[in-house]
Write a protein of this length. Structure first.
Length: 251
């Protein structure tokens, strides 16, 4: 049998929202590929369980990435523990917000505060730690381009993430250091975030009808694309969107 090539040997990976779903699957796969992985989430118990599951080269920082002081604390911990970041996965996010007519200011601030503001400041505060050739992966969503799907705040927050990747990728100083920014764009994926939805037969039927591949994705399928964007296999990609959505946003 062919020997497994370790694609992230010795690399330092920071994943926000790494204690569950897509982030956890990415953390496990990147760890299997030789990375030292730091994961971030708010719930310390969930974080601890995830770190144990990922393996010996994993650690966690409990933090709320919608708060700047927490983001700064995460970066300080990573600086002390590892001195640099080779792969940053800006993944913490939610999709839960009310439909158009029920959105109030608090709901607006919560969604935008995590998915957009959190993503922006996670990247900004990580910049001093990003080494030459670092890869930054921002988790977007097929919903960013689909007016018919999702709710307005969620779709707009992920469209903002896509916009950030374009402008970050075009930053001259970062580009000279070969720092790359790409969006990983999942469709409908079975995770704790979507559990309530996929357990409802009508929602499940709607999703399976809308997705060309006629099924939900698995977090592990998104993680394999994250590994590709993280490692040198994607060394000539920046400012791109990699859609892993069963065709949902493509046809
Ligand atoms: N599942 C899908 O169908 C789908 C589709 C497209 C895009 N996405 C995107 O993929 C990303 C991951 O989603 P998922 O489905 O894997 O969700 P998930 O299973 O709910 O995981 C979310 C992760 O983010 C963490 N998190 C949430 N709020 C946070 C905060 N304020 N600060 C720090 N960490 C926080 C959670 O931990 P704590 O709760 O402990 O903080 C958890 O580790 C999100 O950006 C989501 O929008 C998901």
């Amino acid at each position: 049998m062919a020997e497994t090539v370790l694609k992230l040997s010795g690399k330092v990976v920071l994943i926000t929202g790494g204690s569950s779903g897509i982030g956890l699957a990415a953390a496990q796969l990147m760890h299997e590929h030789g990375a030292e992985v730091v994961i971030v989430g708010r719930d310390a118990k969930k974080l601890h369980e995830a770190v144990t599951l990922i393996g010996p080269q994993a650690s966690g920082v409990a933090a709320d990435v919608s708060k700047l002081e927490d983001i700064d604390r995460v970066m300080k911990v990573v600086a002390v523990r590892h001195g640099r970041i080779d792969v940053l996965v800006v993944n913490a996010g939610t999709s839960h917000s009310p439909p158009l007519r029920e959105v109030d200011e608090a709901a607006f601030d919560a969604m935008i505060g995590l998915n957009f503001k959190g993503a922006f400041f996670t990247v900004q505060r990580a910049l001093p730690l990003l080494g030459v050739g670092a890869s930054v992966i921002l988790t977007g969503s097929a919903a960013a381009d689909l007016g018919r799907w999702g709710d307005p705040l969620y779709a707009a927050s992920k469209a903002a993430v896509r916009s950030l990747a374009r402008t970050f990728a075009n930053d001259e100083a970062l580009a000279h250091r070969q720092v790359r920014f790409n969006v990983l764009s999942p469709g409908a994926v079975k995770t704790p975030l979507t559990q309530e939805a996929y357990e409802q037969p009508d929602v499940d039927a709607y999703v399976c009808a809308a997705v060309p591949l006629k099924r939900w994705g698995a977090a592990e399928e998104i993680a394999r694309a994250a590994l590709f964007l993280a490692c040198s296999d994607s060394s000539y990609m920046t400012g791109s969107v990699l859609a892993v959505d069963g065709g949902m946003g493509q046809v």
